[in-house]
Design a protein around this ligand. Structure first.
Ligand code: SF4
Length: 94
């Protein structure tokens, strides 16, 4: 059995709540260093930087680890909620 983290994460499933993302990046002119760091620290790769240098999120695949919530708690650049019941990540255990 492989121990690669990507292969383990691939075992999870995700229920997309179309049009109702549970995490949003608030409108910003210039992202803080904290917000920019999420492009590399989000374990699900949900964050990216667009051509204007702004940080965007596609929350599909989010593992609800809370990293982005904690990292941007002081800057207030993120609106974070858990997904509605029945949506979001479905972890594979074992
Ligand atoms: S909660 Fe974790 S997995 Fe989800 S977007 Fe934030 S850092 Fe990524």
């Amino acid at each position: 059995m492989s121990n690669r983290i990507e292969e383990k994460l691939y075992q999870n499933r995700y229920m997309v709540d179309a049009g109702r993302p549970h995490i949003k990046v608030r409108e910003h002119a210039v992202p803080s260093e904290a917000l920019k760091s999420l492009v590399t620290t989000c374990p699900a790769g949900c964050y990216s930087e667009n051509e204007q240098g702004k940080v965007e999120i596609v929350a599909d695949g989010c593992m609800e680890c809370g990293t982005c919530r904690v990292v941007c708690a002081e800057t207030g650049e993120i609106e974070w909620n858990y997904p509605r019941g029945g949506y979001g990540v479905l972890f594979k255990f074992g």
